[in-house]
Design a protein around this ligand. Structure first.
Ligand code: GUN
Ligand code: FE
Length: 448
């Protein structure tokens, strides 16, 4: 496993800078000392032959390079219950399984074991950037920051703020709105002053869990803090009938409008789920430059709905994908991308076969593998306002090698295939075993 910082690599690269544009480039990329791509010399450009000869690393046939995946919604502490407890409604699941599990992160040994396994597994699965909810705890959240820095994952980490005694159990909540805000500020300071974080590989995130778990005083304080510190914001938005209805009852407006009133809707805000966004909400998000973390797999279990992805994209909303570990029972962004496609097809088709075909679903809802690939990479980068997910000068070299030759991998190339066919097959059939190397900012972080 070798770093590619300050070196050159000759390979076939796939990326999708827009939801419609799949590009396959044979090229030589130069990566600078800062982990950013300095130059891209394509096969049809002058100087390519010489660049190939001088390349520090040349990948063999059967291998190609994809941008690393950007997972825009992960509950780091929920990894131990991945693939469990999926048969109750959201509000029951939180109280019965999830808050008790998250409360265990008071125990730093437990936190260390669990967070180390998560970060290692996600890196090996090609997730080079993750937007993490941690827990309410200061120390365990700092530990997650430390582990991301140690393992080299690009990460955005939030101490969860949840202070409302009406909805949060006494054993697992911030003691007051002031504590929720002060704890968040302390994490921001910790991340920004971290001696191992000079390249800002880890960023702090203001993280009100969702409106039902926060008092208005906490939401107000967190909105002010986000403006003051200029950092990212993450929360859940209009996830299920219950969550959506709760905010309508309490604030008389949708989640998106309420978050906006509290100053929590800006260019660096990422709203998980957002299934019940109205058209006005979508316009509001687009105007603010806020993004949605679309969690298609989790939605199937907890949301009573399918996110109207194509409609949101058409209205200019930034969208990335999220696994929503553990609301979604897979940490793989391959699965997130596949479920994004499947959910969009089901939304288009509808569920009532008694209706005439043209009235069964929402026409024009489907997305294809190119859009899903874009959302899992460059789209996530755009939503997070980070230069990742594309192989262009100035972008960070966060990437993975897919080796299609491996027998234990999922993908099989048994007949001639065009570049587009190959990427389609990778997206639909590859698995973790096909990922032979992973780099973040040019630094090798996983692989053989
Ligand atoms: N809403 C509030 N907390 C959570 C959570 O942990 N997971 C999901 N899916 N939704 C939430
Ligand atoms: Fe979630």
């Amino acid at each position: 496993m070798s770093d590619i910082v300050g070196r050159t690599i000759h390979a076939t690269f796939f990326h999708a800078p827009t939801p419609e544009a799949l590009q396959c480039l044979e090229a030589v990329l130069a990566v600078g000392a800062d982990g950013r791509i300095e130059s891209v010399v394509r096969a049809d450009e002058a100087g390519f032959a010489q660049a190939c000869e001088e390349a520090d690393l040349t990948l063999p046939e059967g291998c190609c390079v994809l941008p690393g995946f950007v997972d825009c919604h992960v509950h780091a502490p929920q990894y131990p219950q991945l693939g469990q407890a999926l048969d109750v409604p959201l509000e029951v699941w939180l109280q019965k399984y999830t808050f008790p599990l998250e409360a265990r992160y008071q125990d730093l040994d437990f936190a260390r074991t669990s967070y180390t396994a998560l970060v290692e597994d996600l890196l090996a699965s090609g997730t080079t950037t993750a937007l993490y909810f941690a827990t309410v705890h200061q120390e365990a959240t700092r530990l997650l920051v430390d582990i991301c820095l140690e393992k080299g994952q690009r990460a955005l980490v939030g101490k969860v703020a949840m202070d409302d005694p009406q909805s949060c159990p006494q054993y697992y909540r911030d003691a007051s709105p002031e504590e929720a805000v002060a704890g968040t500020r302390a994490l921001i300071d910790y991340v920004r002053a971290h001696p191992a974080n000079q390249d800002n590989r880890v960023l702090p995130v203001v993280t009100p869990r969702f409106i039902p778990s926060c008092t208005d005083a906490a939401l107000e304080g967190l909105g002010r803090l986000a403006a003051e510190c200029g950092c990212h914001v993450q929360t859940h938005c209009s996830e299920s009938d219950w969550a959506h209805g709760y905010v309508l009852d309490r604030h008389g407006v949708t989640d998106a409008e309420s978050l906006d009133r509290f100053g929590l809707l800006g260019r660096r805000s990422i709203l998980a789920h957002s299934n019940f966004l109205t058209e006005d909400d979508m316009d509001r998000l687009a105007a603010r430059g806020a993004g949605v973390a679309h969690c298609a797999l989790s939605n199937a279990y907890f949301a009573n709905s399918v996110f109207p992805l194509r409609a949101a994209l058409a209205r200019g909303v930034h969208v990335g994908l999220g696994t929503d570990i553990s609301g979604g029972p897979s940490g793989s962004m391959f699965e997130a991308a596949r479920m994004t496609i499947a959910a969009s097809r089901m939304l288009e088709t509808g569920v009532n076969p008694a209706l005439p075909a043209e009235r069964r679903g929402r026409p024009g809802s489907r997305v294809d593998f190119v859009t899903a690939f874009h959302l899992a990479t460059a789209g996530g980068g755009q939503a997070l306002d980070l230069p990742i997910g594309r192989f262009e000068p100035g972008c960070l070299f966060d990437a993975m090698v897919i080796d299609t030759r491996l027998r234990e991998g999922g993908i099989r190339l048994l007949a001639p295939a065009s570049p587009s066919d190959i990427l389609e097959k990778i997206l639909y059939t590859a698995n973790r075993a096909n990922i032979s190397r992973v780099w973040v900012g040019g630094r090798a972080v996983a692989g053989r």
